[in-house]
Design a binder for this molecule. Structure first.
Ligand SMILES: [Zn+2]
Length: 298
């Protein structure tokens, strides 16, 4: 018997100690026959996650599904499992060694994120016995897709007409009825791999899609198509800018052109100023990802 989901999945925000990150890091919670947490966030906000789960009367978590092992999605898994010790974790297979011994994960986070990694907090080792492969779990009704692109190891979870895509379908920020969608494509970025992950998810039936940084949309097909178009749009715009300006102003210039021409970024001015600063920070990373990819072609 497939397990049932009793109510629509919901997300919990964990405000971070980084201005502009108040509504950015989240976990999705699925309740029904099983209680499932999709991504747990970093160490700095694990107490907030645990307190919010307790407030909702959740005493036991059956599964943690990790979309990817980046610090803002998985960094707090160690202390989370101290509280919910029977939770079984499914994570990308190639990420598992880095969860068990997070030394390199932490060094990589520091190198990429600097003081933001410090604000997210250290990464503790995850007990090996908490980690399971999808085959060992054998959960009926669960389809797991490998969807690399944003991260080299990335999973999307399809369960009960819900698609938890992590960051493999863009970062979606709902602004009322309007859609803000941004590629999370930091270096090293592989365009074709990202695209083929999107196509894998497009091959699934239309369903509700749940994004790794808040926001859901009832039509996965629509959102995946918008993201697919956006990837090609960014590729076109950034390669034009790359040919026309010097290295020093490249990222800045590309960002201005994208903000002007990409309809998926049209509601950027409606974000508060700190959220805009956060998005500019990530946009610069994402543009650098495209630039590296485009240079690798020549
Ligand atoms: Zn993230």
């Amino acid at each position: 018997m497939p397990k049932t989901i009793s109510s629509p999945p919901f997300f919990l925000y964990f405000p971070q100690k980084i201005p502009g990150w108040e509504k950015f890091v989240i976990a999705w919670i699925i309740q029904g026959d099983l209680t499932i947490v999709v991504d747990v966030g970093p160490r700095a906000s694990i107490d907030s996650l645990i307190a919010q789960l307790e407030q909702k009367g959740i005493q036991q978590v059956d599964f943690v599904w990790l979309t990817h092992i980046h610090i803002d999605h998985a960094g707090g898994l160690g202390p989370f499992l101290e509280k919910f010790s029977t939770a079984k974790v499914i994570a990308p297979a190639k990420g598992v060694p880095h969860l068990i011994d997070p030394t390199r994960l932490w060094e990589g986070s520091l190198a990429t994120l600097g003081e933001k990694a410090t604000a997210y907090g250290p990464i503790d080792p995850v007990p090996r016995e908490s980690l399971f492969s999808p085959e060992e779990i054998g959960l009926e009704g669960l389809t797991i897709l490998e969807t690399p692109g944003h991260a080299p190891f990335h999973l999307s979870f399809c369960y009960g007409n819900c698609l938890f895509c992590g960051e493999s379908a863009g970062v979606f920020v709902p602004l009322g009825e309007k859609i803000y969608l941004r590629p999370p494509t930091p270096p090293r970025f592989f365009f074709e791999q990202t695209l083929s992950s999107v196509d894998k998810m497009l091959a699934l039936p239309d369903q509700t899609i749940y994004f790794g940084h808040a926001g859901s949309h009832p039509n996965s097909q629509k959102m995946l198509r918008l993201y697919r178009e956006q990837l090609f749009r960014w590729k076109g715009i950034i390669s034009e800018v790359l040919q026309s300006v010097s290295e020093e102003v490249l990222v800045k210039q590309a960002m201005e052109v994208l903000l002007e021409k990409d309809p998926m970024l049209a509601c950027f001015p409606q974000m508060d100023i700190l959220a805009q600063q956060r998005e500019r920070y990530f946009m610069a990373n994402s543009i650098n990802g495209f630039v590296g990819y485009l240079k690798s072609l020549s």
